[in-house]
Structure formats: C-alpha cells, structure tokens
Design a protein around this ligand. Structure first.
Ligand code: WTA
Length: 635
C-alpha cells in the first residue's frame, strides 16, 4: 500500500493514525517510493525539541532539481511545466516545457558556476515574477547554492539588511519590473542597497523593461549573453538531506527579520506530498497559485510542490486589477486552470467590485479553490465559494507558515468536508495542540488556546540563519519542547481547527506578515519622533491595517501634522517597503505603559478597533490618564 495519495476520508484517518503511531515508517515509505535518491537515508529522523534540533532522512543524498525536472523528462519532456502569463494581457503567454526548463536551468546553473558560485554560497534573487526568477531559484538548487529570494516590493534598506544578514555573494535582478500600469526600478533599488553590502561580488541583470540603468563595471553583467554562451550540460550537485536549500526572511515580533533556513530532503518530501493531497492534483491539471515567489507560498506551491509532481504551474507577473478586475478570471479561462489558490485579501478586494467581472466567465475548468495567508472571513468565504467555485469546487482553507515549509492544517479537496472559516483537520504527520495561559495543553473539543505542534514534520525550518539561539527562543521556549506557531486557534466539537489570528506582535496586512517592532524602529528614526507604537485594526480589504500612535519630540518645529504623517509613511516606505505604510497615524502625548516601562499594546489595540468595552486590568499602568486622551483623539 502506498501512502502518497489519500483517496477518501476513511483512508485519511487511517494514514493519519499511522503517521502518528509510526512516523518513521510512514515518511520513509513516502520518501523512498516517490523520489529519486543518490542514496537513501540511514535513519528517518532524529530530534531534540528542547534544543530545537531536527533532522530528517539522515545521511540521504539527493538533488531536489533532479526530482523537479530531470526525472520527468523521459515520460513528459514536452509537457508544459510553467505557463508564464505576463503583466500585459496583449503580450503572449509562454509555455515552458519540462525539456525547455531543463535546458534553461542547466545553462543558468553553469552561468552561476562560471561566476564563481559554489555549493553553500548564498545568492540573493530580487526579481519580478518572470521566468528568470523560477530558473534562477532552480539553478541555485541544482548546484547547491542557497537561494535567498527577496520579494521585489521591498525597499533598498530592507534588501540590504537581508543581503548582509546571510552575506550573499551574488545578486540576480532585472532592469525593472511591471506591475499593472507601473514599472519598478529594481536595478536602481539594488544599486542603492549595494552601497553597503561588502559580500556581494557580482550582479547579474535580466532584461525585462528595457529601462535605462547603470551597470557598474566589474560587478554588473547582463544575464542573457552569459546564458547564451553557457553549456546546457550541468551535473547536479549531490546534496546531503540536511544541506540548506534556501533562506527566506520573515518578520519577527521583535528585532531584525529572521532568515528561516529550509533544508533539502524534508522540504522536498513535504511540499510534494502536501501539494498532491491538499489540491488533489491529477496528471493533466493546471495549477495556479497567485502568490509571488518572494514569499513561502510561491516557493512551495508555485515552484517546488507542483514541479516535484510533474505538474503544470502558472506564474503570473501582474496584479488582479489590471487591466481590469476580471484579470484573474480571464486567466483561469485562458489557461483552463483546474486549481486556483489565492489569498483572502485578493478575494475581498475583488468581491468589492461589480459581480459582472467574475460572472462573465463560466470558470468551468476549475475543480478546487484554495485560500492562504490569513483567516478568511465568512463573507469572503461565501463569495469565493459561490462565485468563483460555483458552489461545486471544494474550498481548501490552508493554514501554514514560512517556518512550516508546507501546509499543516487544511481540508483535502474532495475528501474532507469543508466548513466556512475553518482550516479543518491536520495533515498526516501533524500533531496540533492548544495550550492555555498556564502553558498546559487543553484537552478535548470546543476549546481555544495558543496553537503549538508537538512533533516534528519533514518540512519544518531547521534554524534561523546565523542565530540558532533565536530560533530556539522564538519557537521552542514559550511552550518547552513544543513548536509554538504564534497563532491562536479554536477546536470545534468535531475537532476542526479555526485559526483566530496572531497572538504576538506580528500583524498580517493583505496577507503579508509585518512585525510591529521594525516599523516602530523606522518611525522612531524620523527626526521629529520621540516614540511610537503600532497595532493592527480590522480593515475590510486588507484584513488588518496598521494604526500608529506617535509621540513627537518637543521641539515644536513640526506643526504641520498632515505633512508629518506623510513623511512618516514615506520613511517607512524607504526603510521597509510600501506594504508597511500606516493607514492611520494619531499623534499622542504619551503611551500607556506598565511600571516596568512596557507599552500595553492590548489597550492600544482596543482603542484602534474602537472597542472601549473591556480594557482588562489597567491597574499596573504608570499613566492611566493617558488612556482617555488617546480615546478622545482616536481617528
Ligand atoms: C497566517 C504564509 C488563518 C497565520 C503561508 C500564520 C493563516 C501566518 C492562514 C504565516 C489561514 C496563514 N488561516 N491564518 N489559512 N494561513 N495564516 O509566514 O497567522 O507568510 O502564522 O506564511 O499567516 O504567514 P507566512
């Protein structure tokens, strides 16, 4: 019996139980039967949760790109691997076959080698959603270089911090990127970032917009001529199961971004397995995940998961509102998409527009629709289910994180009955538990608590680049020996999970994780600002938006507060990126603080939400009078 594909609900429970009772047997069978190894593992897993040390498929040797591409060539070399849909609908889509992809990735991997990149070197990829992005990621993995993709919406100083944190040797970027009607000067941003990045030796530049750009002698080269010259014969590097595959930065509730490190074999097995089962993938399906490859969703479910299964995956360069709000639906129709996977914020934005935009398209090709990135509210769930899924496609609400590598809790399409706003049941291998404030597990159903996972799964990130201590402290100490997700959840009467949102100082805005501390740091650098505190508040499209409480210095120079608010947002945009801008900025004379000097964010959150009902215990506040002042000035 194979464990790779779950066929029905009864089998789900059977596999689930097996995966809990005998995790080693369960995963070793999946790994051994569904992938190509140079050498299979000696031991399926080894772990010590108290030290946050986890290994899967110990001593196995493998190359993930051989599994994504080479092994499919004999049977489906001509099959389309990637459909590239450009920003401009009048530009022709590209169908990149597995053969084409093999050649492009092999050539690109030789370019990297010729430019001095070796196994273990870090390469920063700062590209728009064009084929070169997919090809660069896979080329790194082919030669064992560690890719660090930075979302091409981040500002120069955010890119700089990420490049320096992992000491990248190379940056791959483009002359620019398209986004709806705008073009973005990516090379200009890289030039600015690189004034402070001593580790970067080479910059390769893909052509996309033909914008005039600066090429720095000795550092920058156009990519295409190098690719044209390169050989398409590239031996894949033999990687150890636990060699790092990539670094991907995610916001923390404090301090600098965390470079989550994913390793090779466990990530491979887990993304392939979850892709197959959650989306019920079958051979001729066309899968479209609308995320950007700059986020984990794009890594796992635009590239690795689909390619490992030999699927056809769509890569879309543009945005849902360009040229108009029917773009997504037009693309589904055009490429006969069978599985469509997007974020609640996109659903809410599109649901605000005229219904004709979606009703114009029958969308009969669709079989499964999915949601990821934040809780999906009831209204958005129904709109998506009724008008996109036509009430016939299962809607899988998939809960997971950058740190988890792949989906942990979700319905399996056509197998698990769905329930609006519930991610539903854990995947095989995943043991969620809910914890109370006393840090004990709460047993039984109809309960709510902090969501932890009590046993490792193959896709879990292994460390934070350069800071294992922080990894251990962030994820394994709040509830000793358990992986703490940072999310709250409830479990209903039948054991279904509903994710209620973050319980730490991370706010999810339009599906993007934003740590409040780095934004506060950026604001506090403005010369007029003394101190600030940021909280999230509900927003009908973004899910959550940011509300900033700002104390000004007393110099009195800045009387024009409207302008000052604009300047503060510009400052945030320059330091982090436009996604972190504040929707509301209220100037205050103080912030509610405890006697130990900690800002009581709970109160600020309530004020931002306009909920004055229950502030809880304010007796420990040093300055309780400030609460009324802030309430009165609420925007
Ligand atoms: C949130 C994205 C509710 C959650 C894959 C998590 C969700 C954070 C869901 C991780 C969902 C993601 N329902 N909340 N289906 N999916 N989240 O690292 O708070 O960008 O901790 O990974 O998004 O965001 P990240």
């Amino acid at each position: 019996m194979s464990y790779y594909k779950i066929e029905n609900l009864e089998q789900y429970f059977k596999h689930y139980n097996k995966s809990i009772r005998e995790p080693r047997k369960f995963w070793s069978k999946i790994a051994s039967e569904n992938f190509t190894w140079y050498q299979e593992c000696e031991k399926v897993m080894e772990f010590d949760m108290s030290e946050a040390k986890i290994k899967w498929f110990v001593d196995a040797k493998v190359n993930i790109v051989k599994n994504c591409i080479d092994r499919h060539l004999a049977r489906k070399g001509d099959k389309t691997a990637i459909i590239f849909e450009p920003n401009n609908p009048n530009e022709e889509a590209q169908h990149i076959s597995y053969n084409d992809l093999y050649i492009s990735v092999s050539k690109m991997s030789n370019v990297l080698r010729e430019q001095g990149i070796k196994k273990g070197d870090r390469v920063c990829i700062y590209l728009p959603m064009i084929p070169e992005l997919a090809i660069s990621v896979l080329a790194c993995a082919r030669i064992g270089a560690i890719h660090s993709v930075v979302f091409a919406g981040f500002s120069a100083s955010a890119v700089e911090a990420r490049i320096n944190d992992s000491a990248c040797k190379m940056v791959i970027t483009s002359d620019g990127g398209y986004r709806g009607e705008k073009t973005i000067d990516l090379k200009g941003i890289i030039d600015e970032a690189l004034t402070n990045c001593p580790s970067v030796e080479k910059v390769l530049v893909a052509k996309r917009t033909n914008a005039e750009i600066n090429m720095k002698e000795g550092r920058d080269q156009w990519l295409q001529p190098l690719v044209d010259e390169a050989s398409d014969n590239s031996v894949a590097e033999i990687m150890d199961a636990e060699d790092p595959l990539f670094i991907l930065y995610t916001s923390g509730s404090t301090g600098k971004p965390k470079g989550m490190v994913h390793t090779t074999a466990g990530y491979m097995v887990y993304t392939a397995y979850t892709f197959k089962n959650v989306f019920s993938y079958e051979e001729n399906d066309v899968f479209w995940c609308t995320a950007d490859i700059g986020w984990i969703t794009g890594h796992s479910y635009i590239l690795y998961g689909p390619l490992l299964n030999g699927a056809t995956t769509v890569m879309f360069e543009g945005i849902p509102s360009y040229p108009d709000f029917s773009r997504f639906w037009e693309i589904i129709e055009k490429h006969k998409v069978t599985q469509f996977y997007t974020a609640p914020t996109a659903v809410r934005a599109l649901a605000k527009e005229k219904l004709e935009y979606v009703l114009k398209f029958p969308l009969k090709s669709l079989k499964v629709i999915g949601s990821v990135g934040e809780p999906i509210n009831e209204e958005a769930w129904h709109w998506y289910n009724d008008h996109v899924g036509g009430k016939r496609c299962p809607l899988v609400d998939t809960w997971w994180q950058t740190e988890t590598g792949g989906i942990l809790i979700s319905a399996l399409a056509f197998i698990t009955p769905t329930k609006p706003t519930y991610a539903s049941l854990p995947l095989p291998g995943i043991q969620p538990i809910l914890m109370n404030e006393k840090r004990n597990e709460i047993e039984g159903n109809q309960i709510e608590g902090s969501l932890c996972i009590k046993f490792p799964w193959p896709g879990i990130a292994r460390t934070i680049w350069g800071d294992h201590q922080r990894y251990k402290e962030t994820y394994f100490t709040a509830f000793p020996g358990k992986y703490f997700t940072g999310d709250g959840a409830l479990r209903d009467e039948v054991g279904y999970y509903r994710i209620t949102g973050r319980v730490d100082d991370v706010v999810i805005v339009s599906g993007h994780n934003l740590g409040t501390a780095p934004i506060e740091d950026a604001i506090n650098e403005h010369p007029a600002v003394a101190e600030s505190a940021i909280v999230g508040f509900p927003h009908d499209v973004k899910g959550k938006a940011l509300y900033g409480f700002v104390i000004l210095k007393e110099s009195g120079e800045y009387r024009d507060r409207t302008n000052l608010a604009k300047e503060i947002n510009q400052h945030i945009s320059d330091h982090i990126g436009p996604i972190a801008k504040l929707d509301k900025i209220q100037f205050v004379s103080g912030l509610p603080k405890t006697r130990s000097g900690k800002i009581m964010r709970r109160i600020l959150r309530k004020i931002a939400e306009g909920d004055y009902s229950n502030f809880g215990d304010t007796s420990t506040l040093l300055n309780p009078e400030i609460v009324d002042e802030i309430k009165e000035g609420r925007l």
